[in-house]
Design a protein around this ligand. Structure first.
Ligand SMILES: O=C(NCc1cccc(CNc2ccc3[nH]ncc3c2)c1)c1cc(-c2ccc(F)cc2)cc(O)c1O
Ligand SMILES: [Mg+2]
Length: 214
């Protein structure tokens, strides 16, 4: 059956993007997904919102749940200060294999640790495996019904501190109703919605930014 969609996306990056140039990798993926075939990257409407939150937080430690092909991994890692680390978690080995190559094409492999597995299994091991005490920034973009259990797990594992920023993709489409209800009503979070569009479409979607209050 030939190449998968992620593999076709990787080929487009290898053909059209300059090695070591994250911006050209981002542009190549956005062009491919807008003009050739749709894919579930955070995209070029929501992407600048992600960029602005990452730049504002300037995290020393960042976590991404749901790597997919590494598009948002590249968006985040290109903005990190020297010495900062991004851990990205991907359950699907085929996605992880493509993501590693896209992250490497961008020249960002030294800032990124891609871990294959499920967030629920990995989060409790992060302190011991990576020597990380807390995350300044968390980007949620994996299975939508895992957003809520996973932030509760992050809280329980002591991986959030006062001021930690959570940014969640797809809170409208496909939607994460239980997560939204929790972060918008919990006294432990200050939440803010950034309205935008589902990647490469005219459908509404948005990002929810939630600051942990401790
Ligand atoms: O569902 C989505 N993404 C999550 C996802 C989906 C599939 C596989 C994985 C496998 N990766 C994975 C799984 C579990 C994991 N646990 N820990 C790590 C981890 C990693 C992840 C999604 C869908 C749409 C969408 C689709 C269709 C449509 F019409 C409108 C919108 C748009 C998006 O922006 C989306 O992000
Ligand atoms: Mg998404």
């Amino acid at each position: 059956t030939g190449l998968s969609r992620p593999q076709r996306m990787l080929k487009a990056v290898q053909k059209n993007a300059t090695k070591g140039d994250p911006q050209s990798v981002i542009a190549a993926i956005d062009y491919y997904c807008r003009h050739k075939e749709w894919a579930m990257n955070v995209g070029d409407d929501k992407g600048p919102i992600l960029d602005s939150v990452v730049s504002e937080v300037n995290p020393s430690t960042a976590l991404e749940l749901g790597t997919y092909c590494g598009y948002s991994t590249v968006r985040i890692a290109r903005l990190l200060s020297p010495g900062s680390k991004l851990i990205t978690v991907e359950f699907n080995p085929a996605y992880a294999a493509v993501a590693r190559q896209i992250i490497a094409h961008a020249g960002l492999q030294n800032k990124v640790t891609l871990v294959e597995g499920g967030s629920g299994d990995l989060i409790p091991k992060i302190k011991e495996q990576f020597g990380i005490t807390s995350f300044d920034f968390v980007f949620l973009d994996h299975w939508k019904d895992r957003y809520l259990p996973d932030i509760k797990l992050l809280e329980d594992c002591g991986l959030l501190k006062k001021g930690s920023v959570l940014l969640a993709d797809n809170v409208i489409c496909p939607g994460t109703p239980e997560y939204l209800e929790y972060v918008r009503n919990s006294p432990r979070y200050k939440s803010q919605y950034f309205q935008s569009y589902l990647e490469y479409t005219k459908a509404e979607d948005g990002l929810e930014k939630s600051v942990f209050l401790g």
